[in-house]
Every structure is written in structure tokens, then in C-alpha cells.
Design a protein around this ligand. Structure first.
Ligand code: GLY
Length: 359
């Protein structure tokens, strides 16, 4: 039965939900600046395997299920995916030990991963610098141009009938979304406001927090080496970074990670660290044009799992996706669509039930 849904938040999660719900429901997205925030700043890695860490098996399962849904999701949107996969580079003995832990963990999970020397890694990805000593090759990870994705989601949602209201939201309760001077009545409200979700409903009060991340965008120039073919992740003397190529010669270099409230200033120290570590991984970037610096706020949860489920009758949440918002967009949208229809969501998403907050 068609009903009226208000999605609070127009980042990748809110837009994906709105687009997927639009056939069958009247959907409104409320966000003063849709298609911006952390989704706009993101690198675009769809990489459950290389974001995985021992102890986070449920997150890996949700990520793997969402990765499997990505080709269909992308095809429906008419957007291309990058399919070269990921390589991971390490420098010192501690980095090599880190790669061993990741490789062993992934092997135990039944995931394919090749352990390489620095020389073997350079054969796979020749742009990698000479001081890299160890590596992994992880086929199967995907990547997407996050900004193109946001444009496609926005236009596809609008074409499917989704309305956009550019206003801040004060609070969400059963059957109602409170704006500054008015109330939007709805059958279902979906809180998908990333790091801002905690201020919108009492059940989320301390459940989601902002985790700042800075990124750089660089561009290859005439006469420089082109960007890598693969997504490159690295531990540079224990500091994790990633470099994600785009088809047009752009390279996203990220990311810092620290807790600074809702601060989104790009710091000199953050830019310096990314450039210093990035150049050690890919020396060619020193000659690239630095085209953009930006900071976004990931929505961190207490256990790194997202919060996807029912808060009270008529109120669903889809927030707390932390480092995995783009990756988890398809499974989150499928789950919310199922829940809004009173159906069972995908099995893997049950670990993200916000009921765990009460335990
Ligand atoms: N997923 C990459 C990041 O959060 O920086």
C-alpha cells in the first residue's frame, strides 16, 4: 500500500533510500544541502575486504552483501564502477605485520587475497614507490565516482517523483518531522542524517558521533605518470591512507580521522600528513596539481556497525555508517524499503538493528 515517507537527510544513504522507495510511495527528502556532506567528500571505495578488521565480522558480512548488490544498483542508475580491485602497500616491519594480520583474517573469512613482496606489488601497480616493501592484492573490491553517483541519485530520485525540501529538521517523532516553523506529517519518517542524526531523536542521543576526515584531490598533468589503475591503500609506518583513481585523471587521497565535534575546517597539518604519506606511496603525485582540499564528518557508531531499523512505530533509522556509507547504500536502501513495507530486510542487516542500543 502506498504511503507517505519523509527521509531526513540527502546524503548517499538518504538519496538511495528515497530513490528505491519512490516506486510505490510518496517520498520527500528534507535536507538544507542535499548531495553534500561526507558523501561528497568521500573517496568512493566499495571495499569491505580492505576496510575489514578482526572482530568486525558482522560489518564484513553486511559489507560483502552490499558489495554483491552494487553492480545491479549501479546498472539501475546507469553509472560505471571501477573494477580493477585494491592493492595494499606496507613500508616497515610493523606495516608488514599489519598486512599479515589482515591477510590471515581475510583468509579465515574465505576471502581471496594475495600476499606480495614490494617488487611483486610494483609489477602489479607500477606507480608504487621504491620504498614499499610488502603488499597485498585484493581482487573483487570496487570503486565508484562518488560525485557522479550523487548526481545520478538526485536526478533519478527526482525523475521517480521524489520531492526535495531544502530546510533544516529540528526533531523526528512518530508520524511527524518537525521543521523550524512547521510540521511535516508522514506515515514513516526515516532518519538518515549521518552525524547529525543523534540530535533528531532521543533514542539516538549518544549513538552517533562525528568523526572528521580530510581528503585531497589531485590531478595528473602533462608529462607526469598517470594515476594508478588500482585503488591503493597503504600503511605508511602504521598510518593508513588510500589513493582512489578516477577515469578523468583525478586522484582522491585520504583520509585523516579524528574526533573534533562538528568542525569541518581543513587543517594545514592534515594536508601536510596526507601529502607526505601519499608521496611515499606514489612518488609521482609531487608533480600533480592539487585541485581540492575538503573535510567531511563520518557518522561513527559505538561498535562501528551502522544503525538500520525501527526506533518506534513510524520512525526508521539509517545512520552510523562511519567509513562505509557508499559501500552500504544498496543494502541499507533495500532494508529500509522492506521495513517500510512491513517485510523482512536482508538477513545480514539484522546485526545493525538499533535495538542493540538498549542492551
Ligand atoms: N571509507 C573511507 C573513509 O572513511 O575515509
Amino acid at each position: 500500500m502506498s504511503h507517505n515517507v519523509v527521509v531526513v537527510g540527502g546524503g548517499v544513504i538518504g538519496l538511495s533510500i528515497a530513490w528505491r522507495l519512490a516506486s510505490g510511495h510518496d517520498v520527500t527528502v528534507v535536507d538544507p544541502t542535499p548531495a553534500r556532506g561526507a558523501s561528497w567528500v568521500a573517496g568512493g571505495m566499495l571495499a569491505p575486504v580492505t576496510e575489514a578488521w578482526p572482530g568486525e565480522e558482522e560489518l564484513l558480512d553486511i559489507g560483502a552483501a552490499s558489495l554483491a548488490a552494487w553492480p545491479g544498483f549501479a546498472a539501475d542508475l546507469g553509472i560505471d564502477l571501477y573494477t580493477e580491485g585494491t592493492v595494499v602497500a606496507g613500508f616497515d616491519a610493523a606495516d608488514a605485520a599489519q598486512l599479515d594480520i589482515v591477510a590471515d583474517y581475510l583468509a579465515r573469512q574465505g576471502r581471496t587475497v594475495d600476499r606480495l613482496t614490494g617488487r611483486e606489488l610494483r609489477r602489479v601497480e607500477p606507480t608504487i614507490g621504491p620504498s614499499v616493501r610488502s603488499g597485498l592484492r585484493v581482487p573483487g573490491d570496487l570503486a565508484v565516482d562518488n560525485r557522479e553517483l550523487l548526481r545520478r541519485l538526485t536526478s533519478s530520485a527526482a525523475e521517480a517523483g521524489v520531492e526535495f525540501l531544502r530546510e533544516p529538521v529540528r526533531a523526528v517523532r512518530s508520524g511527524a518531522v518537525e521543521l523550524a516553523g512547521s510540521t511535516l506529517r508522514c506515515d514513516t519518517a526515516v532518519i538518515a542524517a549521518g552525524a547529525w542524526s543523534s540530535g533528531l531523536h532521543p533514542a539516538l542521543a549518544s549513538a552517533v558521533r562525528p568523526v572528521k576526515g580530510e581528503i585531497l584531490r589531485l590531478r595528473a598533468r602533462a608529462g607526469t605518470l598517470p594515476p594508478p589503475r588500482h585503488t591503493v591503500r597503504a600503511f605508511v609506518e602504521s598510518r593508513p591512507i588510500y589513493l582512489v583513481p578516477r577515469a578523468d585523471g583525478e586522484l582522491v587521497l585520504g583520509a585523516t580521522q579524528y574526533e573534533a565535534g562538528f568542525d569541518t575546517a581543513v587543517t594545514a597539518g592534515g594536508v601536510r600528513d596526507l601529502l607526505v604519506y601519499g608521496e611515499r606511496v606514489l612518488p609521482a603525485i609531487a608533480e600533480y596539481e592539487l585541485t581540492e582540499t575538503a573535510a567531511g564528518l563520518r557518522a561513527g557508531s559505538r561498535d562501528n556497525l551502522p544503525l538500520v531499523g525501527r526506533l518506534e512505530p513510524g520512525v526508521l533509522v539509517a545512520a552510523g555508517h562511519h567509513r562505509n556509507g557508499l559501500l552500504l547504500a544498496p543494502i541499507t536502501a533495500d532494508a529500509i524499503r522492506a521495513m517500510a513495507a512491513g517485510a523482512e530486510p536482508p538477513a545480514e542487516i539484522k546485526a545493525a538493528d538499533p535495538a542493540r542500543l538498549e542492551r
